[in-house]
Design a binder for this molecule. Structure first.
Ligand SMILES: NC(=O)C1=CN([C@@H]2O[C@H](COP(=O)(O)OP(=O)(O)OC[C@H]3O[C@@H](n4cnc5c(N)ncnc54)[C@H](O)[C@@H]3O)[C@@H](O)[C@H]2O)C=CC1
Length: 393
């Protein structure tokens, strides 16, 4: 469909904005009633679920990180979010297929799913006792069976065409500021992806802890991949990548994911907002447009707290010099009075543009508001899932 933006299927369902479904199938109603009942004790459900799982199935313990506190409830949260959206089939199927493919890198096998389902349902029965009955249990069994089957099938299809993970050797490590590094890695086998996507990444120093990083370049003929990493407080993986990693170290990569990609069948202008290291996928998108040879108007707003934090401005200005269709506007915060999304209001009109936003979660949220205020409809604004970014810390 050349003239329409392909429907945006988020990689992760937005927990903050559940589908506005009040009614639904009988199973969905029972599932949602359970979810409301556990609302205030969800931490207890999580602890009990993992305790059951690891006591009954100790062989599953090595699939999870040694320290479970940081992301212990990611699996459970994903399952519960999926269950809550069980009636929203098109979005749910895309989400679950991605989840199933993404779980291959943890070593998840089809036979693990019943074990997880049994502990999930037992934990729910305990903490939603006030609303739990035979029908509710049957609804959860059906819902979980549907969810797990989509994940298992997607993993099986993926197994035929791609490895569960890739090893990648760091070939260059460049410290751009005290806490931002640009890393280039060489995967051990071809790594197909699209500009604007991201990968999950595991370092040798924090086994089984995976974090998402956007590719900072479009696919290259030499097969190398690059990432921009900022060391954030208490960020184990990011600190290791910035302050410890060196050329020669080997990391692991999960499969590419994300739908912040360009539809090259369209010819509308592209408005891009990149905040901090969020400029990385925007740079990849610029390279992607350059390679496709189409002279689409592209306007990049690159935001940072200070001049010094515009760590990739030289690259962006070089790209601007080489491409007449590209405009790059650095936006430095003015004592908190002007932030990146505000800057687009001075320019425009933007109604005919497709928009891309990448950066801190607060910036994505206010960026979406600013873009919608500038007349760009929601379905033409792309960004990675806020829920996923929050989970990634
Ligand atoms: N695909 C994506 O969406 C990507 C997201 N990121 C995320 O981007 C973030 C980058 O962090 P830093 O470099 O420390 O960014 P930062 O905190 O230095 O902020 C960068 C820019 O965003 C603006 N900003 C920050 N919070 C805002 C808010 N609440 N409302 C409006 N504008 C706001 C700032 O004014 C600044 O211009 C990380 O959290 C990283 O996870 C990084 C790469 C890709």
């Amino acid at each position: 469909m050349p003239d329409a933006f392909r429907p945006f299927v988020p990689e992760t369902l937005e927990v903050a904005e559940p589908a506005p479904v009040v009614e639904g199938s009988p199973d969905a109603v029972l599932v949602r009633r359970t979810m409301s009942a556990i609302g205030s004790v969800s931490d207890k459900v999580t602890s009990y679920f993992y305790a059951l799982l690891f006591v009954r199935h100790p062989d599953l313990r090595p699939l999870f990180p040694p320290a479970m506190d940081a992301q212990r409830d990611r699996l459970l949260k994903a399952l519960l979010t999926a269950a809550e959206h069980i009636d929203n089939t098109p979005v749910l199927v895309g989400y679950l297929q991605n989840l199933g493919r993404g779980h291959r890198k943890y070593g998840t096998r089809p036979e693990h799913y019943p074990a997880v389902g049994e502990c999930l349902i037992e934990a729910l029965a305990k903490y939603a006792a006030s609303v739990w009955d035979k029908e509710t249990e049957a609804a959860w069994v059906r819902t979980y069976t549907t969810i797990s089957q989509v994940m298992i099938d997607a993993a099986a299809v993926d197994e035929l065409r791609a490895p569960a993970w890739w090893q990648a050797e760091i070939v260059s490590h460049e410290l751009r500021t005290q806490d931002i590094a640009v890393l280039t890695v060489r995967p051990d086998q071809p790594y197909p992806f699209l500009a604007g996507q991201y990968a999950s990444l595991e370092t040798p120093w924090w086994p089984r802890i995976w974090r998402h990083y956007s590719f900072a370049s479009a696919p290259r003929s030499d097969g190398l991949l690059s990432f921009h990493v900022k060391a954030v407080p208490a960020g184990w993986v990011s600190n290791a990548l910035v302050h410890r990693a060196q050329p020669g170290d080997v990391i692991r990569l999960g499969p590419p994911a994300g739908s912040m990609t360009i539809d090259h069948t369209r010819d509308s202008g592209l408005l891009c907002l990149g905040g901090g290291t969020g400029i990385a996928p925007i740079k990849a998108l610029v390279e992607d447009v350059a390679e496709h040879g189409a002279r689409r108007r592209m306007e990049v707003f690159y935001g940072a707290r200070t001049d010094h934090d515009l760590y990739d401005i030289d690259t962006m200005l070089r790209l601007k010099q080489s491409h007449s269709w590209l405009e790059v506007r650095p936006v430095v915060d003015k004592d908190g009075l002007l932030q990146l999304p505000d800057a687009i209001r001075t320019f425009g009109p933007w109604t005919e543009y497709d928009a891309y936003i990448s950066g801190p979660v607060g910036m994505i949220r206010s960026g979406v508001n600013a873009l919608r205020g500038a007349g760009i409809p929601k379905e033409r604004i792309r960004h990675d899932s806020v829920a996923e970014l929050v989970a990634a810390g």
